[in-house]
Design a protein around this ligand. Sequence first.
Ligand code: SF4
Length: 148
Amino acid sequence: MPIVAGQDRSREVKVLAGQVRVLVNTIETAAAAAANRARERGADEAQVARAAEQARARAVQRMSRAVDRGAACAGMDTEDFFPISGHATRARMEAADALAVCEACQVRARCLALAVLTPAGRYGIWGGLVEGEIRQLRAALAAEGVAG
Ligand code: SF4
């Protein structure tokens, strides 16, 4: 695995975070559009909220299917993607081989977006980030009001 250290690593995470931000915003835009359509049809607020939730769920499902289709880790032992250490640096060393696969994965940003958007994303490696890094990203996006 090529060692991506220091500044390069934080630049890489920043770029990924930007891509995840765009993906999550796209989903929120679709949810808002669905809510507006429901409102225009005369739906009450509970129905409007439900329409938005359904649109969100459909978008996440589509994203999940795209990740399944493009995953570079397809067929690999999933255990490699669940380092034991909760410490980010140690987890990255432990899972170096799995992370190298993520680096070349075409659906990396979408995979990471799923980690931010779904409960399953609380565990393991997603989008080339380990749990502690994903937690930080989720918190940063939540602080911006992007996800949470
Ligand atoms: S980014 Fe990594 S974990 Fe996600 S689909 Fe690609 S190879 Fe698998």
